[in-house]
Design a protein around this ligand. Sequence first.
Ligand SMILES: *Cc1c(COP(=O)(O)O)cnc(C)c1O
Length: 411
Amino acid sequence: MPGPGYAFYDQEEERSVLAVLQALLNSRDTYGKPQLISQARSFEEAAGERLNSPYCLSLNSGTSALLAGLAALGIGPGDEVIVPGFMFIATISTVVHSGATPVFAEIDTSLTLDPQDVRRKITERTRAIVAVHMLGASCDMAALSQIAEENGLYLIEDVAQACGGTYRGAPLGTLGDVGAFSLDTFKVINGGGAGGFLLMKDGRLFQRAYSFHDQGWFPGREETGDGDVIFGLNLRMPEFNAAFARAQLAKLDTVLERTRLVKSQLDKLIPLRPGLEQRRLNDPDGDCATVSVYLFDQPEAAQAVAQELGCSTLDKSRRHYYAQINALSPPPDQEAPTCPFQHKPGEKRRNTLAPGELPRTDNLLSRAVALSVGLSDSYLGSGFGASVRSDPDELSGIADRFSAAAAQALR
Ligand SMILES: *Cc1c(COP(=O)(O)O)cnc(C)c1O
């Protein structure tokens, strides 16, 4: 099972998608025909309402949502954007493609941005911080919001892995200036293979994000309007994906109820012991509970357990850990701005993706094992564990295998 929403797929999604075929409506724009209801617009309305945000824009992926967020905020060449060393590559590549420079910061035992290290990484060029809510759970948003405010920085939330999660009661994605979501198959809910959306606090950001995602048009595909005319791309969400996502969104509460129940049952069956603790959660009540992460005191113990269970420690997370993407050309820095598509032979630049750049992140991820609860993604190490369909018997079997492997490794 990829993401948990996938397990709840049924006739609702089918009906919703079929309605698009029958209406022969293939664009979010109704071209002045109000009787046609665009699926993309109806998804935006529903998502904005469910997640308590005044502005929601649907897009064709989470990557597009991040890119549109950066464009809406006007981030570009000369700007530095602070990103965590544990994220997804799109968190970095969208910064690179905006022409800005990603600056890496450490994570803490929550496996999200360490606010103290964020402070250390701020320079006079810093414009934004990307808070990535990794593996379903929120960053320390109180600390990050304070840092952003004190330093006049934008706060961008990457909510791709935590749709429906909350922090102190507020939906993730509504705490920063913009919040980018993915509806890929491996996320909490999905758009039938792909999709994304962006939440924003104010209408000006919405207008800019809209224009960027649809060839510079004003909202409603108007030729003129209030705001900025900017060069845009085509990042619109297809109607079929929007229809599918609309049906999935209606199940978000059911999905989260189930992942949270399974996780709490599984956690109870796994006794902690010296050398074994759980990842710290900045807000346990708001966790999407897609995985359950355990931290061992030594990398060797974590590796041994992962090997025994046929999964991997989080430092093996391909495309999610800075030291696992260092085959890519080093990101540009201010002294050497570069085209992301060019590899200049012999070019000498400090590689900010080289293993060892973030020693604490390296250490933490090498000690972490993520058990599946509703998400199974080998790129995120979670190949072993439960699913949203696991019954109590299956859960005790999983807990016993994990506990036995942990006991063996920690002897
Ligand atoms: C999946 C993901 C993205 C990108 O979303 P896509 O829909 O795959 O483009 C961005 N950030 C994080 C943290 C992700 O997990």
